[in-house]
Design a protein around this ligand. Sequence first.
Ligand code: 5GP
Length: 198
Amino acid sequence: MKKGKTFIVSGPSGVGKSTVLQALLSKRDDLYFSVSATTRPAREGETDGVHYHFLDVETFQQWIAEDQFLEYAEYVGNFYGTPKRFVDEAMERGKDVILDIEIQGAIQIAAKRPETIRIFIAPPSWAELERRLSSRGTDSQEKIQKRLVRAKVEFQTAHTYDYFVINDSVENAVRELEAIMTAEHCRPQERMEIISGK
Ligand code: 5GP
């Protein structure tokens, strides 16, 4: 069976990545969403093992020591990491894998696995991003400010990604993500068995 591909989706906090990815995943059962581990406390409505594996700092450090992460990074005072095993198992089963991770993690994976496709999702404007972060009502003013500062830093790296998607509406963003994934599977190297006549 042909191995699946890995797609990294990065973008500023509050850009609506989770909503877009949920909409994409509900349409497609051939995709695997990588559930990250984090030391951040669960938000209301988040379930352990579904949205994140919520770990304490000691357990997170133990996972690092056991080399269980494909990448990990610190983000606004908490650790986040991608457990390697589930990603590799899903790819072996032929599933495309989606990683919702920030830029430091994306850089680590690009170095280890350069074939990974990296997609940046941007908000339609800064004002809209600020509005979305505030209306979420889950973070303190201080955390919102930190996330905005971080968002501006992340935005400056957007040109290093393979694709740039603007989340002006969930529908449009999902359509663009699907187009990217389809196009990546139409590369000649993906179809070598046909090209070489085997
Ligand atoms: P949030 O706290 O809003 O759920 O996530 C904060 C940031 O952490 C987001 O930009 C998200 O993409 C990123 N993130 C989530 N999981 C991971 C991960 O496993 N690794 C890295 N490097 N970043 C992650």
